[in-house]
Write a protein that binds this ligand. Structure first.
Ligand code: PLP
Length: 233
């Protein structure tokens, strides 16, 4: 079972209680391995308390692989460092595959990641506050746009909008909005706003938008999305 909380593409996150419930189910299926991608651990809002399954269900440790990386919390995407903790046999097998394929992550990136992980984390407070402001502003724009609705994400920097209200309509530029792929294509062609169709995540009809960009670009994108939705007939 693959877990990803806070999630890409929705920003939704599991509480410790949610994870305990999932662990209960997993106990009944001892053959199931668990991979948890905790990449957005540090990007949470509204006092949400991050939890991970190895912490709330240590009895499942022998079949849990906990994964993380420096790309999101430390904005170090280009350094290409991810890491994992789990049962020795799994880590040994991973090391074997890595050593025969990429050889290793370079030492410069490894040391930079050590500095990020061991360094002060107080920057997360203003950074998350800036992200939260962007989340709230985009969320308000999405929920005010005719045909779109989105729940409030607990973390990450994505909003997942349901666009069922646009399906079957025609855009102002004459494009048939037959499904979420068509909605995203029309948004790109007519409003020049890039979003990812929900179909790509097995969640149609909807789309993911990322608010990991500057305030001015988000303001402009939000207005363009609103105009696009208002123009659909
Ligand atoms: C949930 C999740 N895990 C992992 C990654 C991978 O990040 P990277 O390849 O930059 O380490 C991403 C990137 O978008 C992500 O959203």
């Amino acid at each position: 079972m693959l877990l990803n909380s806070p999630s890409n593409p929705t920003g939704a996150a599991y509480t410790a209680e949610d994870l305990k419930g999932l662990a209960e189910v997993l106990r009944a299926h001892p053959h199931a391995l668990i991979l948890t991608d905790d990449m957005y651990e540090h990007i949470v809002y509204d006092d949400f308390k991050f939890a991970t399954i190895a912490e709330v269900a240590p009895d499942l440790y022998d079949r849990t692989l906990t994964m993380n990386g420096v790309s999101k919390a430390y904005a170090m995407t280009g350094w290409r460092i991810g890491y994992a903790a789990g049962p020795e046999k799994l880590i040994k097998a991973m090391a074997k595959v890595m050593s025969q394929t990429t050889s290793n992550p370079c030492s410069v990136s490894q040391w930079a990641s050590v500095a990020a992980l061991n360094g002060p984390h107080d920057f997360l407070i203003p950074r998350n506050a800036a992200f939260k402001k962007r989340r709230d502003s985009m969320l308000a724009k999405i929920n005010a746009a005719p045909g779109l609705t989105a729940p409030t994400p607990e973390g990450a920097f994505y909003i997942f909008a349901d666009c069922a209200g646009l399906i079957g309509k025609t855009s102002a530029g004459g494009m048939a909005l037959s499904d979420d792929l068509a909605v995203c294509e029309a948004l790109l062609t007519e409003a020049h706003v890039a979003v990812v169709p929900g179909t790509a995540f097995g969640a149609a009809p909807g789309f993911r938008l990322s608010y990991a960009t500057d305030d001015a670009a988000l303001e402009e994108a939000g207005q363009r999305i609103a105009t696009f939705c208002q123009g659909a007939r």
